[in-house]
Design a protein around this ligand. Structure first.
Ligand code: HAM
Length: 546
């Protein structure tokens, strides 16, 4: 039975995928207001918008964010970018097939499958559908040689082959089939800093004058366990500064921009946490962070400390001891408090940078709290790290996070000596915070509802609706004729401010009727006076908070 023929309760209903959601009116008005406000603030600080693709090569994220991080190791949406589903199917069939060397039919099927796979793979390569890499050419050569060889097993020779020798061949075939790459691995961006840095390098933006100050707004994707404030598709507004200077004034100005934005959103309850996580080793000099990490690791390995850590932290003692510092497990808190703090182990340069950052923040009257445990979950950071948390958010209380990443441009193949710093603010959480704070109310209002009655009134209604829309008023024009009372009810439910009434009487008298819904006040005006009537102050667009 077709879906349409089934009763409604049996028809398949589609729902948004777990961890994703729809943002509907009227909520979308607040999102739009916030994005407009954020653009305004960032442009006031001379940041320009950058738009990068939603997906990038997997390797870009793996290298910059770090293979040991939660984001890369378990949360990325990654897939092979190709349309060779028939080859994928054949490959899987070959990989799972266990042929018996003394069964000629079985062997014959394997040979035919491999032959057919090779010719399809060759065709896909020559048509440019499969990457022409040297690895792929090698794997194809090997497969061709093996399938020729396998042909010699054909009945009756197969039975004469030793079982082990045949198994070896079958394994070699599987290895060569498995080694072919049908397409690049690509990933839906889990964050945008890596993409911005990739774009900066790709477009030689270091040759442009001055620091590059860039901002972005858009969706990010992480396969996290969904809960309030944590989604698999979420939105970030972020900013990055890339250039040759690492002056702490850059860090402070970026943070000030962020707190300006929170003030515009009238969010008062938040804490700005700052820290310095030192510097990594470079070919020129030893960094203070690796030394501190070793000290921390040695401390964490001490049996009386190690035994009190949870499984995740125990694993991190070897993979990334810094991350033990931002564990949220209540039973680990007392131990963590007593661990050596990175702020006490900074080299002279990092200490000076951090002291100057604090001075710069004070100069700008940006209140902050030092948090020696703030290490952040992505590998590219060095020196300044910061986070803004809000108590009104509940468990997922980080509104925003950021920090300095001076070595990243070079690590991704860009020019030497380019420094970077940035942040990303979680838009979903910020919208929650705005709604909780209840200070900003953004709504879309219908300015004018056109109530037309009678065929003769319709052309006038269409024309006047257009005239008012050109004046930037929000106008609702019902597609079908409505009885006067029903039109008024509909206008009222929509929250319309005025109803423009065009009926037989209005057409006959060449005068329009305007009704203000707030108090029911009604007046007659000529068509010529219409545009002026709705000019401010009669219809000023209400902004949020008013
Ligand atoms: P992040 O700390 O991973 O940093 O994310 C920044 C913000 O994005 C978080 O503070 C949070 O508000 C929001 N966020 C993260 N994951 C989710 C989620 N699953 N659901 C809802 N909101 C979420 C970065 O992404 C860095 N790229 C920031 C940066 C830019 N550092 C330097 N430049």
């Amino acid at each position: 039975m077709s879906e349409a023929a089934k009763p409604e309760n049996e028809r398949r209903k589609f729902r948004a995928i777990k961890g994703t959601r729809d943002i509907l009116p009227p909520d979308s008005a607040l999102w739009n207001w916030f994005e407009k406000t954020a653009r305004g603030v960032m442009e006031a600080y001379n940041f320009g918008e950058i738009r990068t693709p939603i997906f990038e090569e997997t390797e870009l994220f793996a290298r910059s964010i770090g293979g040991e991080t939660d984001v890369v190791s378990k949360e990325m949406y990654t897939f092979a970018d190709h349309s060779l589903s028939h080859l994928e199917w054949m490959r899987n069939t070959i990989l799972v097939r266990r042929s018996s060397h003394d069964d000629p039919i079985d062997v014959n099927i394997l040979i035919q499958l491999v032959d057919s796979f090779v010719s399809h793979a060759e065709a896909a390569t020559s048509e440019g559908e499969m990457p022409k890499t040297s690895d792929n050419a090698r794997a194809l050569d090997r497969l061709r040689a093996l399938s020729d060889r396998t042909a010699t097993f054909l009945v009756p020779q197969t039975a004469a082959m030793g079982k082990e020798e045949f198994e070896l061949y079958a394994n070699q075939i599987r290895a060569a089939v498995g080694a072919l790459k049908f397409g690049d691995l690509i990933t839906l961006r889990p964050e945008a800093t890596a993409s911005v840095v990739r774009a900066y390098i790709e477009h030689g933006m270091h040759t442009r004058p001055g620091d590059q100050k860039l901002y972005y707004i858009g969706p990010m994707f992480r396969r996290e366990r969904p809960q309030k404030g944590r989604y698999r598709q979420f939105y970030q507004i972020g900013a990055e500064v890339l250039g040759t200077s690492d002056a702490p004034a850059i860090d402070a100005e970026l943070i000030q921009m962020l707190t300006d934005l929170l003030e515009r959103c009238q969010i008062e309850k938040y804490t700005l946490l700052i820290n310095s996580i030192g510097c990594p080793d470079t070919p020129e000099r030893k960094g203070c962070r690796p030394k501190y990490v070793e000290l921390l690791r040695a401390k964490l390995r001490e049996p009386e400390i190690f035994s009190k850590l949870g499984a995740d932290s125990q694993r991190r003692v070897e993979t990334n001891p810094l991350r033990v510092m931002d564990s949220k497990l209540p039973e680990e808190q007392a131990i963590i408090e007593k661990l050596p703090k990175i702020s006490e182990h900074l080299c002279a340069d990092c200490r000076e940078h951090y002291e100057k950052l604090k001075k710069e923040l004070k100069l700008r009257e940006v209140p902050f709290t030092e948090s020696p445990r703030l290490v952040r979950g992505l590998d590219y950071y060095m020196r300044t790290t910061f986070e803004i948390t809000s108590p009104i958010l509940g468990a997922q209380n980080a509104l925003c996070g950021g920090g300095r990443y001076d070595g990243l441009v070079e690590m991704l193949g860009g020019p030497k000596g380019i420094k970077g710093i940035g942040f990303a603010l979680g838009e979903d959480r910020l919208i929650d915070a705005i709604q909780e704070a209840k200070k900003v109310h953004a709504t879309r209002t219908v300015d004018v509802f056109v109530a037309w009655m009678g065929e003769r009134a319709y052309p006038t209604a269409v024309r006047l609706a257009h005239v008012l829309r050109e004046e930037k008023h929000t106008v609702e024009l019902p597609p079908d004729e409505m009885k006067f009372r029903k039109a008024l009810e509909r206008a009222d439910k929509m929250g319309a401010r005025y109803v423009l009434i065009i009926g037989e009487d209005e057409i006959a008298s060449d005068m329009l009727t305007i009704k203000r819904l707030l108090d029911g006040k009604q007046e007659k005006i000529s068509e010529e006076a219409l545009v002026d009537f709705f000019r401010p102050p009669v219809l000023t667009k209400e902004g949020p908070g008013s």
